[in-house]
Each structure stands twice: as C-alpha cells, then as structure tokens.
Design a protein around this ligand. Structure first.
Ligand SMILES: CC(C)(COP(=O)(O)OP(=O)(O)OC[C@H]1O[C@@H](n2cnc3c(N)ncnc32)[C@H](O)[C@@H]1OP(=O)(O)O)[C@@H](O)C(=O)NCCC(=O)NCCS
Length: 176
C-alpha cells in the first residue's frame, strides 16, 4: 500500500473488473480517455491477466476513506516503465464522478510520484492529455508537470481531430 493524506493506492484485483466496466463504458468518463470501443467483461479480464505478467506496467486502485470505509474511486498507473532511461508514462482516471474536483487526483498523483522518484529511482515521468481536458491539465500543473508540446490533431473523435498536450516532470522539479 502507498498512503497519502486521505487516500491510499493498492494493487488492482480481479474483483475490481465490474467497476472498471462501469467507469470505462460511461460516456462522461471516457470523453477524456483514448478508449473508443465499448468494453466487454471478457476484454477487461484478458487485459487484467496480461498486466500480471508485465513488469514494466504498474496499475493501482485509488481508495479514499469515506464514511468509515475505503472506497475505490479510480485507478492510477505507471506505464512503459523504462529502467535504462528511468522514465515512465503516468495515467489516471477517477471513475466515480462525484469525486472529481476535490483534490483527490492531485493527491493520488503525488503519492505515485513519490514512489516513482524515491523508490523506483525514476528520472522523468510524462503524460498526454486532451487539450480540452482543462480539469486534468490544472491538476497536473498543480503537481508540477510542465507542458512541453502539442501533438496536433493526433486523435480522431466525434468526427474531429483533437490536439493532445504532452506534459512531463523531472525528479529534480518534484516538490514531494
Ligand atoms: C483528471 C482527474 C484525474 C483530476 O482529478 P481531480 O481529483 O478531479 O482533480 P483535482 O481536484 O486534484 O484538481 C482539479 C483542478 O481542476 C479544477 N477544476 C475542477 N473542475 C473543473 C472544470 N470543470 N473545468 C476546469 N477545471 C476544473 C479544480 O479547481 C482544480 O484546479 P485548482 O486547484 O487550480 O482550482 C479526474 O478529474 C478524472 O479522472 N477525470 C476523468 C478522467 C480523466 O480526465 N483522466 C485524465 C486523462 S489524461
């Protein structure tokens, strides 16, 4: 477990899969993600099994302490962990929409970055975000991510090409 102020990150479990399906099939949630096809339980189960054998992928559940119990509100992870370049790609989704905009995203990212920089010894973490996802961009900037470029019209959605913003953060810039 990785602990923050009022949340913790734990390994994802097979029992979480029905929640992933609910989140990732919700149009409001997926408008910010690069998933486009409807997800089936079988596909999610296969994805889960594949992740177990991938050492360069880390997928964690975000849980917050609410009403006397831990509630699973989303997932966060490091992808393409590269131990030569000491880099990784960060991904996060809070699938429970009532928990958006309450500071949990930035807290979860801080907890994961402490692990990435101080335990794994990573040097650089990057991410990509839709240019119109202002909530996410504000959240990432609050943690210290910098905009380093735009992948122009890189993603086709709803009949139009969308810009993707590339952001990154170096270990030396992370305030902890
Ligand atoms: C992006 C996400 C992880 C951010 O987590 P969060 O807990 O909602 O974010 P935080 O509360 O830590 O920070 C959100 C910031 O956006 C602001 N914000 C909240 N609602 C907003 C809105 N509708 N539009 C713009 N900014 C908004 C908040 O005020 C805060 O910024 P501030 O502290 O400068 O005022 C979460 O909203 C989420 O998972 N969304 C759906 C999936 C997604 O977008 N994933 C990221 C893909 S790259």
């Amino acid at each position: 477990m990785l602990y923050g102020k009022d949340l913790r990150l734990r390994a994802i479990e097979r029992e979480d899969i029905p929640r992933f399906l609910r989140w990732f099939n919700d149009p409001e949630v997926r408008q910010f993600l690069t998933i486009h096809e409807p997800l089936s339980r079988a596909k999610e189960e296969r994805w889960f099994e594949e992740q177990l054998s991938r050492p360069n992928e880390l997928h964690l559940a975000i849980e917050v302490w609410v009403g006397g119990e831990w509630v699973h509100i989303g997932n966060i992870g490091l992808h393409n962990i590269n131990l030569k370049n000491r880099s990784a790609v960060l991904g996060i989704v809070i699938g429970e929409k009532d928990f958006w905009g309450k500071g949990y995203g930035r807290e979860a990212i801080r907890v994961l970055l402490r692990y990435a920089f101080y335990e794994l010894g990573l040097h650089r973490v990057e991410l990509e975000v839709f240019a119109q996802n202002t909530r996410a961009i504000r959240c990432y900037e609050a943690v210290g991510f910098k905009r380093v470029g735009v992948r122009r019209e890189a993603f086709f959605r709803d009949g139009a090409f969308q810009d993707l913003v590339l952001m990154d953060l170096l270990a030396s810039e992370f305030a902890g």
